[in-house]
Design a protein around this ligand. Structure first.
Ligand code: SAM
Length: 469
């Protein structure tokens, strides 16, 4: 029952305006956070109808000793009516709800008839039009499952290949990203066994572009790839799957708490070729014997997040995003720094820089400045041409934001809602073809071995006779 108390406490704190939904949920203990979050969000979506049901059923007046608050009633009635019942052992609170179950059900039915809806899904509050246009994307984690297996699994459960908007059971295979499926936006997968076991990753389509455009070597035991800003790890697990779980993928994350989330996610997704490193990427020496071998680097740094269509925003009317120029400038300076640092890695061939921002100041402007930097010039970096960066994707970079450098057609933009995705930006830097890779530095150990061997050789060599007259 603690789970319900925790969720109702979150609702109490929201009512008391103690913070944003995201902020309050982030303070929950990690072990139960995902489960409580799902219950809170789902309850909020149906809050209006659940409130009407509770009022009409007189549940609170008749059971006030057991069900001590309206928010506790909300979460309990949510699970009783909209999922498979209360997930807790028998006790006085559960008994109180069960005594009213028939009445609660008939009140719900009455509301459905009144509103002319057939399914419970239609009762959910979806006032953000953009969110309703973004399918629920499911990336099949090919380290554990194949797309064929996934399709069989879902079709057996009644889903049909008819597009995500045809019905609540419709889905399709995405046309741009392999192994990505698109379902109805109202669907939740958090209780789905395929999600719980790591076989699927819930990841927006646009967010899948970064790893796909980076296109790391596949099934190459010698591949070395870096994900510089990794947590929570969606793109890391995507990279790992694209690499066929072979070679080495170093995933850096500077924040300790987010690093533990990253580790958990990587183990759930069976990423065997990833070494997670709790460090600031900017402090990593590009000539480090291990990391200097990286040929592909993914940069998906902190950004304003202005492209994210917050599925939660509309649930609390007063959560309004404020774009702060000063913050944007600071973010852009950091984003530029991280690109320039990646360009210092001697063997890197391909760098993808992406953000979930819609602001040119974090996107085209940063890319232009990076192209003009000394690091780009000495490393012979340019933008990869359009035909190498999702050529069939129509929305490209904003030419006016390029400040005279680089071709905006090389860049990918996604407009929130309009493109069936969140807002997103992707760029890809590659070396000019005439750039000569430096010879691989022998690692310290190898160098020491060779020096030792040379010494041995010298010792064994017969000493030249000193000529005596
Ligand atoms: N790529 C991730 C994914 O798809 O799951 C999301 C990355 S999130 C936008 C940015 C992450 O980079 C944050 O977890 C942040 O703590 C981390 N970060 C920011 N600056 C960093 C740095 N200099 N070195 C390592 N990690 C950094």
């Amino acid at each position: 029952m603690n789970f319900y108390f925790e969720a109702s406490e979150v609702l109490n704190r929201l009512d008391a305006k103690e913070g944003s939904i995201k902020g309050i949920l982030a303070t929950l203990p990690e072990n139960n956070r995902a489960r409580t979050t799902a219950l809170v969000i789902e309850t909020l979506k149906y809050k209006s109808v659940l409130s009407d049901v509770i009022q009409a059923s007189k549940l609170l007046t008749e059971e006030k000793k057991k069900i001590t608050s309206f928010n506790l009633a909300l979460v309990l009635v949510h699970d009783t009516l909209l999922v498979n019942g209360i997930q807790a052992g028998d006790g006085p609170i559960k008994q109180a709800i069960l005594r009213h179950k028939t009445r609660l059900r008939s009140e719900l039915q009455r509301i459905k008839i009144k509103r002319g809806v057939k399914s419970n899904l239609e009762l959910a509050q979806t006032s953000d039009d953009r969110a309703a246009k973004i399918p629920r994307y499911v990336r099949v984690n090919t380290s554990m499952w194949s797309t064929e297996e996934a399709m069989q699994f879902y079709t057996k459960r009644g889903f049909q290949l008819q597009g995500p908007f045809a019905s609540s059971k419709g889905f399709e295979i995405d046309e741009h990203i392999p192994d990505l499926l698109a379902f109805n936006p109202a669907l939740q997968f958090r209780d789905d066994p395929s999600y719980k076991t790591g076989k699927i990753i819930l990841q927006d389509k646009a967010s899948c572009f970064s790893a796909f455009v980076l296109s790391p070597p596949c099934n190459d035991p010698n591949a070395v790839v870096i994900d510089a800003t990794a947590a929570p790890g969606n793109k890391t697990s995507h990279l790992s799957a694209l690499m066929g779980n072979k070679g080495k993928l170093y995933a850096f994350e500077r924040d300790k708490r987010r690093f533990s989330t990253l580790k958990m996610m990587l183990s759930k997704a069976a990423c065997r070729n990833v070494e997670a490193v709790n460090a600031d990427f900017l402090t990593i020496d590009p000539s480090h014997p291990k990391y200097s071998l990286a040929t592909h680097i993914l940069l998906d740094p902190s950004c304003s997040g202005s492209g994210i269509v917050n599925r939660l925003d509309y649930l609390l009317e007063d959560e309004v995003e404020v774009v702060d120029e000063d913050r944007l400038n600071k973010l852009a300076a950091f984003q530029l720094m991280i690109i320039k640092h990646a360009m210092k890695f001697p063997r890197v061939q391909r760098i993808v820089y992406s953000t979930c921002s819609i602001h040119a100041s974090e996107n085209e402007h940063v890319v232009s400045r990076a192209l003009q930097s000394d690091e780009a010039k000495s490393g012979s970096f340019k933008l990869a041409p359009r035909n190498d960066v999702l050529p069939k994707w129509n929305r490209r970079g904003q030419a006016e934001g390029m400040i005279g450098t680089g071709d905006a057609d090389s860049l990918v933009r996604c407009s929130p809602g309009e493109d069936g995705t969140n807002g997103f930006f992707v760029s890809c830097f590659v070396r000019e073809p005439n750039f000569v890779l430096p010879q691989a530095e022998p690692s310290k150990k190898r160098k020491a071995d060779t020096e030792e061997a040379a010494l041995e050789k010298r010792k064994k060599k017969p000493k030249k006779k000193v000529k005596t007259e």
